[in-house]
Design a protein around this ligand. Structure first.
Ligand code: SAM
Ligand code: MD0
Ligand code: SF4
Length: 347
């Protein structure tokens, strides 16, 4: 059965049913075959070279109240911070100098960044673009449509905004007080403005395997050049604190399914779920971008794992580069990454 599905996928003809079957596999041998095929497809498309993204979570203030998120506004006193533009430029400069391909400038929906027509957000992107010159992903939350040309003009290459699930009622129960269609629009409006877009799903939020299959097909057909899956990590002080956490297997199957169905997309291995321990399995499931690389001693947080492996240096550039090599891969040069971006932008 799996052979039939893989064959359909190789012709670009795999369906939602096929995605559901792949992610429903339970037999050890079948799962190994799924991962082996995902690696073959990844190696054919990208070789054994992976892109590396530094994570700069520059403001952890947020006006939203997503039930799954540590930084939701009701989770009051958690030691939030907001970095100055100068600090952000320094952080991005250090990532560039260390050989990282992209700075992921991420924030909560911080009213200070959003004030006066998103002035400080745009200034931050512009300062990093002009003073550092490293490729930029902006992950600032949901913006009005007219902002996307401005984000592009300020110097962002990518816009990341994850739908989490394409099951509308589930979305509404998680991203409370937020508009499903407006969040979907983010990706479309970003691409219309000449940005590359990333969409993403979370695993373990109450969705079933069918929902995941539908989400993967929707994310892929929307045209986003980067698509991701991340396992939900329950957060202290939130309504979902006591939700039973999932192991990594469902995320790995989702990564492999995305790779097989959408071979040419960038698919992250996020260090923000299991820390550095999660690198090997995600690469072996077909991922080709390492995200959430975070330098120590800079008072920077992750999202799903706000502390894990940061201050001990396990998510540092040096340690991540060593780990990539130990797994038999190499990290791509930024010149190669820029070439890749230009080819995907159709330049
Ligand atoms: N605030 C912006 C937004 O929501 O789009 C950008 C940053 S947000 C913190 C980035 C993503 O992190 C979310 O879209 C979600 O997919 C993921 N995330 C948040 N909390 C998580 C958790 N507890 N476990 C796993 N992933 C989580
Ligand atoms: C990551 N913690 O890559 C980051 C984050 C935001 N663009 C990405 C979820 O894992
Ligand atoms: Fe805010 Fe983003 Fe967290 Fe939602 S996921 S509470 S928008 S930081």
């Amino acid at each position: 059965m799996i052979t039939d599905i893989l064959e359909r996928a190789s012709k670009g003809q795999a369906t939602v049913d096929d995605a559901e079957r792949l992610m429903g596999l339970q037999d050890k041998g079948d799962i190994e075959e799924l991962f082996a095929e995902a690696r073959r497809v990844r190696d054919r498309e990208f070789g054994r070279s992976v892109f590396t993204y530094g994570f700069v979570y520059f403001s952890t203030y947020c006006k939203n109240n997503c039930n799954f998120c540590y930084y939701r506004r009701a989770n009051g006193d958690i030691g939030r911070y907001r970095k100055s533009i100068e600090e952000i430029v320094q952080l991005a400069g250090a990532l560039r100098d260390a050989g990282i391909n992209l700075a992921d400038l991420t924030m909560g929906e911080d009213p200070v960044m959003y004030a006066n027509g998103y002035e400080r957000l745009l200034e931050t992107i512009r300062a990093v673009h002009e003073q550092v010159g490293i490729p930029i992903m902006a992950s600032p939350g949901a913006l009005p449509r007219e902002m996307f040309p401005k984000v592009r003009e300020a110097g962002a290459d990518w816009y990341a905004c994850y739908q989490e699930t394409y099951n509308r009622p589930l979305f509404e129960s998680l991203r409370i007080e937020q508009d499903y269609d407006a969040r979907l629009g983010q990706k479309i409006w970003a691409m219309e403005a000449g940005l590359l877009a990333e969409d993403g799903m979370m695993i373990g939020l109450g969705e079933n395997v069918r929902d995941r299959a539908e989400t993967i097909v929707k994310m892929g057909t929307l045209g986003c050049q980067q698509i991701r899956a991340m396992t939900f990590v329950p957060q202290e002080g939130t309504p979902m604190q006591f939700t039973e956490p999932y192991g990594p297997m469902d995320e790995l199957k989702a990564i492999a399914t995305m790779r097989i169905m959408f071979p040419d997309r960038l698919i992250p291995c996020s260090l923000d779920v299991e820390g550095i321990a999660g690198l090997r399995t995600r690469l072996a499931a077909g991922a080709n971008v390492i995200t959430s690389i975070v330098p120590p001693n800079k008072n920077l947080a992750g999202v799903a794992q706000h502390e894990l492996d940061i201050e001990n240096g396990n998510r540092s550039v040096e340690h991540v580069f060593e780990s990539i090599e130990a797994e038999g891969y190499k990290h791509a040069s930024t010149a190669d990454y820029v070439k890749f971006l230009n080819s995907r932008r159709g330049q």
